[in-house]
Ligand binder design. Structure first.
Ligand code: CP
Length: 291
């Protein structure tokens, strides 16, 4: 039984296969490879993209999906997360897709080895399917990513997208630089800049991140319009540079990225969402069929 807690659960060969399968699925929709499979989604935090993308991916492959809404589940009656999970696993699904506020929840449930766990986002620790779809989107554009430089810009310390992305991109031979004001900067060995303008001529990709206000114990900035003056991705900042622009969503318009840049052809924000379905199809195939 294989789980996806973070991308290092996949070997480089598996990642290459996932990239290949996603590209193949994008060219031509496959047959119902997972017709006899059933997945349960369990999202303890809000989601627009990840939950619907997993569901679309599963259904495109012929799988059935059952969604348990935690706000209407027996967790309200005091049932623990572990008991909720064990009861769902007793129904013999082919996998449980979970999003949770705690970093260690997917690992804790995976260790029970009752059914494959697919981490759809855990705390600020990991969001592996987002990292893989971001990698696919860059690969699709550049063909080869070894030696390419990505600047991750914004609230990096709160971001599970950044955490998983940093681990995946560096493992695959990319250079990662971090751009953030001090309160948003994590403590690690990567090159760090306070302003994107200081490094913009050396980057191939910019990944902008939202300020994760829901994870801040106390407000960090009073005024995000002031923050935006330095960190919002604008046409004035990019000029005519050939830089790919990514954002995992949801985008705070004109704080993370300007309206104008969101419609610029260098922005791949909706391409990421589109690719997310094909990448999640490939991930479901890898976990439920190829193992
Ligand atoms: N990128 C992402 O995780 O978006 P959602 O929170 O809408 O799923």
């Amino acid at each position: 039984m294989q789980h996806l807690v973070d991308t290092d659960d996949f070997s480089k060969e598996q990642i290459a296969n996932i990239m290949h399968d996603a590209a193949t699925f994008k060219k031509e929709m496959p047959s119902k490879l997972l017709e006899d499979k059933l997945l349960i989604t369990l999202f303890f935090e809000s989601s627009t993209r990840t939950r619907s993308s997993f569901e679309v991916a599963a259904k495109r492959l012929g799988a059935s999906v059952v969604h348990l809404d935690p706000s209407k589940s027996s967790t309200n009656k005091g049932e623990s997360l572990e008991d909720t999970f064990e009861n769902l696993a007793a129904m013999e699904p082919d996998g449980v897709i979970i999003r949770h506020e705690f970093n260690n929840t997917p690992k804790k449930l995976a260790n029970k080895n009752l059914t494959p766990i697919l981490n759809a986002g855990a705390g600020n620790y990991a969001h592996p399917t987002q990292a893989l779809l971001d990698y696919f989107t860059m690969l699709e554009h550049f063909g080869e990513l070894k030696g390419k430089t990505i600047a991750i810009v914004g609230d990096i310390v709160s971001s599970r997208v950044a955490s998983s992305g940093i681990r995946l991109f560096t493992r695959m031979g990319m250079n990662v630089v971090l751009v953030a004001p001090k309160p948003f900067m994590p403590d690690n060995d990567l090159p760090k800049y306070e302003k994107l303008s200081n490094i913009i001529d050396k980057v191939d990709i910019v990944m902008s991140l939202r300020a994760q206000l829901e994870r801040h114990k106390a407000p960090i900035f009073e005024d995000y319009d002031e923050y935006a003056k330095e960190y919002c991705i604008t046409k004035e900042l990019f000029e005519d540079r050939d830089i790919l622009l990514l954002h995992p969503g949801p985008v705070m318009r004109n704080i993370d990225i300007s309206d104008e840049m969101l419609t610029d052809k260098r922005s791949k924000v909706l391409t990421q969402v589109k690719n997310g379905v094909y990448v999640r199809m490939a991930i479901l195939k890898a976990l439920l069929l190829d193992n």
